[in-house]
Every structure is written in structure tokens, then in C-alpha cells.
Design a protein around this ligand. Structure first.
Ligand code: G3I
Length: 349
């Protein structure tokens, strides 16, 4: 805990210098307080943030990233297009930069992601594969990447976004060519390459009990029954004020716990139609408070990761035009009401 506080003093100084500010500083609100990581650790949890390589030149940004969080996740740097851009040619530069940063800042690493249908290199998507060929390609990718990061990774998002909203399998390259067994295979290969990493399935819109989270529940039951190495379910939690809060989140987390699995909120943000105003920010704060409390209420919910910490680097405005303001800090790195609400959920006044 002390480690975080010391680093926070450095972070505050860096932000002050970067802001050139003599008056109110973005970080001043919490320069004498414990960090989110400290607060989470008191509850046996972690509090993490995604990050991405281009942002790492922003020293005011990395100061907060390195002090406030005890877990980081590469938003893009370990995805297939980055790590195996040509067949059998691996490029670790982006992923290593984030892994090195985590080590420097004494943080753990949620590695993301091995098997997905997005951000695949052209060599993989621009041709037809037989099942045998694709299986061999997938196996090589997983074994090589997981081995490369062995010993540096707390958990891997092994398979990402495998289901449709109605709970049927998403018709990805993997599913269409290999059938549903690709998920168990991927988990087994990842476990072979790093027996100590916690292996997760990860998806969005599975925060509430419903057809999509039911599909994960059934799959997790099956995989556990077959002895497949699955350790956790990642609920991304890309929430939006206009769609309502997932009121059954806590029940949902609890049912996965009862299967003997960890759960984590892995990509949290709460977007809103812009412009933000006090009322929307207050509702957003309530949601951050509630989702933090839901995780704390379920013993095997191991931690929370926000999908970056500042609106400056959020993915939302580019993907949902007219929406944004989704993270606990604004674009100028000022803590928003959501930041205080998270602290409150951890029991701080
Ligand atoms: O690297 C190129 C760059 O060369 C080019 O100049 C630039 C121009 O647009 O694009 C860059 O690629 C972007 C890439 O992020 C890296 O910055 C892509 O356009 C952009 O689409 C891509 O977005 C990422 C998105 O996944 C892709 O689906 C987001 O940053 C990343 O935060 C987001 O993360 C996903 C999780 O992996 C899974 N869950 C959902 C989550 C949000 O979509």
C-alpha cells in the first residue's frame, strides 16, 4: 500500500508539472489519499486499467496509470494483428512495452486476447483454411504467445466474444472452421504454455442474467465437467446510461462463483449521450458505485478493470459518435463524480 502512496506523490508532481499549473491540479483531489489499488487491496481485490502503446508518451498519463492501479491490460498490443502480423513471424514490441511497464510499476498484467474475430491479420482472414490447417495455426499462435509472456501474466483472456446476443455461437472464422471445440482446445493449449496463468473467457453484454450470460454459464459447466482448464469469466461491462443498469449483475457473478470460477469486470466504462451534464455524471457515478459494490459482494469477483482511466483515451467517441465521457477521469485528468463513487464503494468517506 505504501508503495502506491509513494508513487502517487511522484504522479501528482508529474501531473502538476505537465499541467504547468500553480492553482488547482487535476490530481490534487487525491494527492493525500490512498489509491484505487490501495482501496481494492484492502478488500483482496485489484483495480486495473487498460492502456495502449500510443498513449505511453504522455508522461502525465503514465504517472497516474503507474500509481493509481495495480493491474494493467494492453488494449491492443497483444492482439493477433500486433503479435503475429505474418504467419509464424511474431512481433512482441507492443506487448512487451506494456509488460515492461507493468513490471516497472509493480503491477500485474491481464493479458488480452488470444482468440477473437476482430483485429486479425490479413493473412489469416483473406483465405480459406481447412480445419487441420487452422487448428495448427491457432495452436502455434497460442503456444508461442503464451510461452513468450509466461511468468509475467496474471490472467489471459483466452477466447473473446464467442457468443451472439441470443446465446448461439458467433459464426467466427474459428467456429465456422473448427466447431465449438476450439474453445476447449484454446484453453488447453494456453494452460500447457503457462500453467500458472488464470484462463478466462471474456465478453460484453453478459453482466446481467440473460441468454448470452446463460450460454457462458452452460459452457463453463460443460468445460469444468470435462476438466478443461477454465478459471474465470470476464464480464467486460461496457455499459451505457441509455440502456439501463444490469440489475442482476451481483446474482450473475454469484452463480459463476458457485461453479468454482473467478469472475472479473474486465473492460468497464459507462458511456452517455454527449454533452455530459451534472445529472448524467451523477447517474454514471451511481453505476460505478453499484458495480464496484456488486464485485465486492461476491467473494470470487477478483477485481475491476476500467477500459482506460481517462476520457482522453477512451475508445467510445470513435465507435459511438455522439457518445462518450465514459471513464472516471475526464479528458483533462480531473476525477469525475464516478471516481469518488468508486472510493465510496470501497468504504472510504
Ligand atoms: O493501428 C491503426 C493505425 O495505424 C491507424 O492510423 C489508425 C486509424 O484509425 O487505426 C489504428 O488501429 C486502431 C486500433 O484500435 C489501434 O489503435 C483501429 O482503427 C481501431 O478500430 C482499434 O480499436 C480497438 C478496438 O478494440 C477494435 O475492435 C480499441 O482501441 C480497443 O480499445 C478495443 O478493445 C475492445 C476489446 O479488445 C474487446 N472488447 C471490446 C473493446 C472495445 O471495442
Amino acid at each position: 500500500m505504501r508503495k502506491h502512496r509513494l508513487r502517487l506523490v511522484v504522479a501528482v508532481a508529474a501531473v502538476l508539472v505537465a499541467a504547468g499549473a500553480g492553482t488547482a491540479s487535476p490530481a490534487q483531489a487525491h494527492d493525500t489519499q490512498s489509491t484505487l489499488a490501495d482501496l481494492a487491496e484492502r478488500h483482496g481485490r485489484y483495480f486495473g486499467s487498460a492502456t495502449d502503446n500510443p498513449e505511453l508518451t504522455d508522461t502525465a498519463y503514465t504517472a497516474v496509470l503507474g500509481s493509481e492501479f495495480d493491474m494493467i491490460t494492453p488494449g491492443n498490443g497483444m492482439k493477433w494483428y500486433a503479435s503475429e502480423p505474418e504467419p509464424g513471424v511474431f512481433d512482441w514490441s507492443a506487448g512487451d512495452e506494456i509488460a515492461d511497464l507493468a513490471r516497472r510499476d509493480h503491477q500485474r498484467l491481464r493479458a488480452h486476447t488470444l482468440v477473437w474475430h476482430n483485429q486479425l491479420p490479413g493473412w489469416l482472414t483473406d483465405r480459406e483454411w481447412t480445419a487441420d490447417e487452422l487448428r495448427a495455426v491457432l495452436k502455434r499462435h497460442i503456444l508461442t504467445e503464451v510461452r513468450h509472456y509466461r511468468g509475467k501474466v496474471y490472467s489471459w483472456d483466452v477466447v473473446n466474444e464467442a457468443f451472439n446476443e441470443d446465446g448461439t455461437y458467433r459464426e467466427t472464422l474459428w467456429y465456422k472452421t473448427l466447431g465449438p471445440g476450439y474453445i476447449a482446445d484454446a484453453l488447453r493449449w494456453a494452460h500447457q504454455a503457462d500453467p500458472h496463468a488464470k484462463l478466462y473467457l471474456n465478453d460484453y453484454n453478459i453482466e446481467a442474467v440473460g441468454p448470452k450470460s446463460d450460454a457462458y454459464y452452460r459452457l463453463a459447466q460443460d468445460l469444468r465437467a470435462q476438466g478443461v482448464p477454465l478459471h474465470g469469466i470476464g464480464l467486460q461491462a461496457h455499459l451505457a446510461l441509455q440502456y439501463g443498469y444490469p440489475a442482476t449483475l451481483e446474482d450473475n457473478l454469484r452463480r459463476f462463483s458457485r461453479l468454482g470460477l473467478d469472475t472479473a469486470l474486465t473492460e468497464v466504462d459507462v458511456r452517455m449521450p454527449l454533452p455530459a451534464d451534472a445529472e448524467k455524471l451523477a447517474e454514471q457515478a451511481d453505476w460505478y458505485r453499484d458495480l464496484t459494490a456488486a464485485c465486492l459482494a461476491v467473494r470470487r469477483c477478483v477485481g475491476i478493470t476500467v477500459w482506460d482511466w481517462t476520457d482522453k483515451y477512451s475508445w467510445i467517441p470513435a465507435f459511438f459518435p455522439g457518445e462518450g465521457a465514459a471513464l472516471p477521469w475526464d479528458e483533462e485528468f480531473r476525477p469525475k463524480p464516478a471516481y469518488a463513487a468508486i472510493r465510496q464503494a470501497f468504504g472510504e468517506r
